[in-house]
Design a protein around this ligand. Structure first.
Ligand SMILES: *Cc1c(COP(=O)(O)O)cnc(C)c1O
Ligand SMILES: [Zn+2]
Length: 443
């Protein structure tokens, strides 16, 4: 048990003021400010605005320091005072290996882009399902268990499905998954394998989401991204906490983040602000930029038009994991981008594929199309002069390409096929090298 938490626990036992060791105080409407007790609620009963968790930052500031955090295991629970769960170390936290993914300094890719301080935050290797969604799901399923739910569910574009199914299996919960038709095989197989009941809806993500709201009301399940949304979204902050810690407790000049429903981008911005608020970093300056696929870019359209009004679109892109035409938190993406002085842009399907190949070829990282989108948009921001060669840039690579092979399968060089005969290989090698090389000079 951490020193800060144990002090609180003892104080609680004596005074009876603290019943749990959580640092969250309430749910608060982001629009009208109405407060609600911590419960599985997500919309304000007065104005239908989204609810957000509030924290007691003064107590958190007193309880944690860089060194307490640095001593903890390398997972997202190292920031548990800033997450909406009970922080008792006896509590059974879901996702003990989720988070704390690598932040890689990318010299070869940086050279291609003309950037000296380019970093990839690599959630392609998140545990256990290889995307940023392991973060939001660790937190929301931990909370679902605290609330006493026995069935968890989600409306998903694919990665959330795999994460909910895997974490539910490990936590021993029943699981129902809802996805739009046409999702990649890796995501359908990758959720069914865990024993989840997978339901494919004839329609797009926005149709799935609408149906799931009705199911959540009627069946009383924990839909991680619907009725548990205030807790779920907080898990995305850990992406930002890690970036700052891994840069040596400072913020990058720029971070480029993909946008689908609009969870991760505002929460990364919130994470950076919270680190300043609780005294873990000194300077709070950063610019945050949004990346969307050209075929599903309602937020970028609004950003470029200079309006707050997000006009829904019908998604059509290979970047299926970020194909949300009517983003729940799009407004908060615009606000976070504008508040920081950031920008955003779109990437077409061919640009996405080129960026996936570039990242793989230069850094050995195989991203899914959401990652290709983010890198392609970063390249545009550099060309536009919005990111300067000497500045520190973090590109958020949020999902793994092995789940989306069909997106690039026809865009790669096909393997050579030969018989198992040395002279066949000799002839092939001649062709591959235009006869210029014979054998490796080291041989
Ligand atoms: C879900 C997802 C995102 C971002 O979605 P938000 O709803 O905006 O948080 C980004 N990349 C991948 C790979 C995803 O699965
Ligand atoms: Zn309200």
């Amino acid at each position: 048990m951490e020193a800060g938490a144990s002090r609180i626990a003892r104080a609680g036992q004596v005074t009876g003021i603290e019943e749990t060791m959580s640092y969250i105080t309430n749910l608060k409407c982001r629009e009208c400010g109405q407060e609600y007790p911590i419960s599985p609620l997500h919309v304000c009963e007065t104005c239908f605005g989204p609810l957000e968790v509030t924290y007691d930052y003064a107590r958190i500031r007193a309880a944690i320091s860089r060194s307490t955090i640095e001593k903890r295991p390398h997972n997202l629970w190292r920031y548990r005072e800033l997450l909406p769960v009970d922080v008792d170390d006896k509590s059974d936290l879901v996702g003990p290996n989720s988070g704390f993914t690598p932040l890689l300094h990318c010299k070869r890719l940086g050279a291609e882009l003309g950037l000296k301080h380019l970093y990839i935050k690599d959630d392609t290797v998140n545990h256990p399902t290889l995307s940023y969604k392991d973060r939001v799901v660790s937190v929301s399923i931990t909370k679902a268990r605290e609330f006493g739910f026995t069935t968890v569910s989600c409306a998903s574009t694919g990665n959330l499905a795999t994460a909910v199914a895997a974490h539910a299996a490990r936590a021993g919960l029943q699981c129902y998954i809802f996805m739009p038709e046409g999702v990649e095989a890796g995501k359908v197989v990758g959720s069914t394998i865990y024993g989840a009941k997978v339901i494919t809806i004839r329609g797009n993500y926005d149709d799935v989401n609408r149906l799931c709201s009705e199911i959540a009301d009627k069946y009383g399940w924990a839909f991680v991204n619907i009725n548990l949304r205030p807790f779920y979204t907080e898990g995305a902050k850990t992406f930002g906490f890690e970036v700052a810690e891994q840069l040596g407790w400072r913020l990058p000049d720029h971070i480029v983040v993909p946008t689908a429903g609009g969870t991760i981008l505002p929460k990364v911005a919130k994470a950076f602000k919270e680190l300043k608020e609780v005294g873990l970093i000194k300077s709070g300056e950063f610019k945050i930029h949004s990346a969307q696929a050209a075929g599903s870019a309602p937020v970028i359209h609004a950003l470029h038009k200079g309006t707050d009004l997000i006009t829904p679109v019908k998604p059509d892109t290979i970047a299926k994991s970020i194909a949300i035409g009517n983003p729940a938190d799009g407004f908060y993406v615009l606000k976070a981008v504008r508040d920081s002085g950031g920008w955003g842009d779109v990437a077409t399907d061919p640009e996405i594929i080129d960026a996936i190949k570039l990242l793989a070829r230069t850094e050995g990282i195989f991203a899914e199309p959401a990652g290709g989108t983010t890198l392609a948009v970063t390249i545009k921001l550099v060309k536009q002069g919005r990111i300067k060669p000497d500045e520190t840039v973090v590109v958020s690579i949020t999902g793994n390409g092995y789940k989306t092979l069909e997106a690039v399968a026809s865009a790669i060089e096909q393997p050579s096929i030969i018989d198992a005969r040395l002279k066949d290989f000799d002839a092939l090698f001649d062709r591959l090298t235009n006869g210029k090389r014979t054998a490796d000079s080291a041989a």
